[in-house]
Design a binder for this molecule. Structure first.
Ligand code: NAD
Length: 497
């Protein structure tokens, strides 16, 4: 196998740059093991150029009327619709998702562009006329005084930075930059160093849609580059999506350098299955959310708490469905689950499976022995039963296709298990009882909830983020929170004498 793979370019002020520094990460196609790209890791000079380009572009872009700023986004949506298969193919090659998952992820990204096209309404301010009367300046007795009005406007904040994870290389950047630029900011994106080819293509296509030079820039790198961006005097806001360790560090560092920061972080999502749940919907929901995207989702439903005798029908149904799964390369038509994204991810998941066995959980489906291709980063779907909250397969984020099942005698006992988790991204209940659903909603600790749906992703018009160690910051991504994150408010009090 050759050591050579194409070096991926930064995109700064609308131009591709190969950069200067030597340290690079070699990436493979996780379905085959072939080397496909080489990504610059420590090109701080390029990061500096990207911030300078974004700073230079900011004043004119912020002055551009919002109705004009969204025109490239309308064109971009149409361009992405046209290139959806091409983008999906790149995602499958570098990430390993199935083609259907890759297409779905591009579609969810397009949702965010559509939402950002609403910026003229979304960033509109509010006015309250006649909040007071100043009688000392009245011209005649009849006028009764001069009215005072007050309003609040939402304004762009400046250069914004996005730091994104490997698991949705095309979609997650679209949570950030379309809304940021629609609101009048300029942007520097630092995609994951593990699979940035679809991100590069997406930013190239954005330039075809007509964004002016410097409004949108992309720079590759690891911690050195991230540190440069997060500490930079010209950067006003940092939006991060990734693991809890990196997110906590970026939150603390960004805040210490006077930035506005939001960090959407790691997760361990629990699904509570009540005995009265619709069986088919519950099995389907748990199966899809545990193994979709090979478990590499912040919304992976990786723990199930079966209440009462729900386990009697849930477990056989899940095991049968899981054993019949087709694991293979994402580009093969029949594949239901693709590989993990790289060798390190594969090793990490295998270590967790070993830890689960050692801790005494019962392994019902063993992903180490699944029928799957020998080359590439494959681990089959795995199900453990009789798990407890002290086991690492329950308490830690595995980020792979491993489902841990716990048992509880009542709903309250199940919610108590969920609330022991350090994470609080999303939690789900399957039940036919409105009373049980209401008790769940009012007692469970998570930033997003699902009722009779398998760990669903909220659409772009709603805020997206968790609680506890799944999130650091105040304003979530997407929805109304996204608009507020990428704008600052200004209040004016007016009197015309
Ligand atoms: P990661 O934390 O390893 O990397 C994310 C980004 O942070 C990358 O761009 C990376 O270069 C950078 N980074 C990593 N370590 C850093 C450090 N020490 N200093 C500075 N920068 C650093 O995450 P990942 O493995 O790419 O993605 C998987 C994680 O992302 C999972 O924990 C998953 O739950 C989380 N995630 C969360 C959400 C959410 O909305 N909460 C969505 C998607 C993924």
């Amino acid at each position: 196998m050759s050591d050579h793979a194409p070096v991926l370019p930064h995109i700064i002020a609308g131009q591709k740059h190969l950069g200067s520094k030597a340290a690079r990460r070699l990436n493979i196609n996780p379905g085959t093991g072939e080397r496909i790209s080489s990504v610059p890791l420590d090109d701080v000079e390029a990061a500096e150029k990207a911030v300078q380009a974004a700073s230079a572009a900011f004043p004119a872009w912020a002055r551009t009327p919002v109705g004009d700023r969204i025109q490239p986004l309308f064109r971009y949506k149409a361009i992405l619709e046209h290139h959806i298969d091409e983008l999906a193919e790149i995602i499958v090659e570098e990430h390993g998702k199935t083609t259907a998952e890759a297409i779905g992820s591009v579609r969810r990204g397009i949702d965010c562009i559509e939402h950002a096209c609403g910026a003229p309404i979304l960033m509109m301010g509010r006015t309250l006329p006649q909040i007071a009367v100043s009688s000392s300046f009245c011209r005649t007795q009849d006028e009764g005084g001069v009215g005072i009005d007050s309003s609040v406007d939402r304004l762009p904040i400046g250069v914004c930075v996005g730091i994104t994870p490997f698991n949705f290389p095309m979609m997650v950047p679209l949570w950030m930059w379309p809304m940021a630029v629609a609101c009048g900011n300029t942007f520097v994106l630092k995609p994951s160093e593990r699979d940035p080819m679809s991100t590069i293509r997406a930013i190239e296509l954005a330039h075809e849609a007509g964004f002016p030079e410097g409004v949108l820039n992309l720079v590759h790198g690891g911690p050195d580059v991230v540190n440069h961006l997060v500490k930079h005097d010209d950067v006003r806001a940092v939006s991060f999506v990734g693991s809890t360790g990196a997110g906590k560090y970026i939150y603390e560092t960004g805040c210490a350098h006077d930035k506005r920061v939001q960090c959407m972080c790691g997760a361990k999502n629990f699904s509570i299955i009540m005995p009265d749940a619709n069986r088919e919907a519950a099995i389907d929901g748990v199966f899809g959310s545990a193994f979709g995207n090979t478990g590499q989702r912040c919304l992976a439903g990786s723990v199930v708490v079966a209440v009462g005798d729900a386990a009697d029908w849930l477990i056989p149904g899940l095991v049968e469905r899981t054993k019949g799964m087709i694991v293979g390369r994402g580009c093969d038509k029949n594949t239901q689950m693709g590989p993990l994204q790289d060798d390190a991810a594969k090793d990490r998941v295998l270590n967790y499976i070993d830890a689960g066995v050692k801790a005494g959980a019962d392994i019902l489906v063993d992903g180490r022995e699944f029928s799957m291709p020998s080359a590439g980063c494959f681990v089959g779907p795995t199900i453990f039963d009789n798990c407890t909250s002290d086991m690492s397969i329950v308490s830690e984020e595995i980020f792979g296709p491993v489902l841990s099942i716990m048992r509880a005698s009542t709903l309250d006992a199940a919610v108590a298990e969920v609330n022991k988790s350090d994470y609080g991204n999303m939690s789900v209940i399957f039940t036919d009882s409105g009373n049980a659903a209401h008790r769940f909603e009012t007692t469970v600790q998570a930033g997003m909830l699902g009722i009779n749906v398998g760990v669903p992703a909220p659409m772009a018009a709603f805020p997206f983020a968790g609680w506890k160690k799944s999130f650091y910051g105040d304003l979530h991504t997407n929805g109304e929170d996204g608009v507020r994150f990428f704008t600052k408010s200004r209040v004016t009090v007016r009197r015309w004498i």
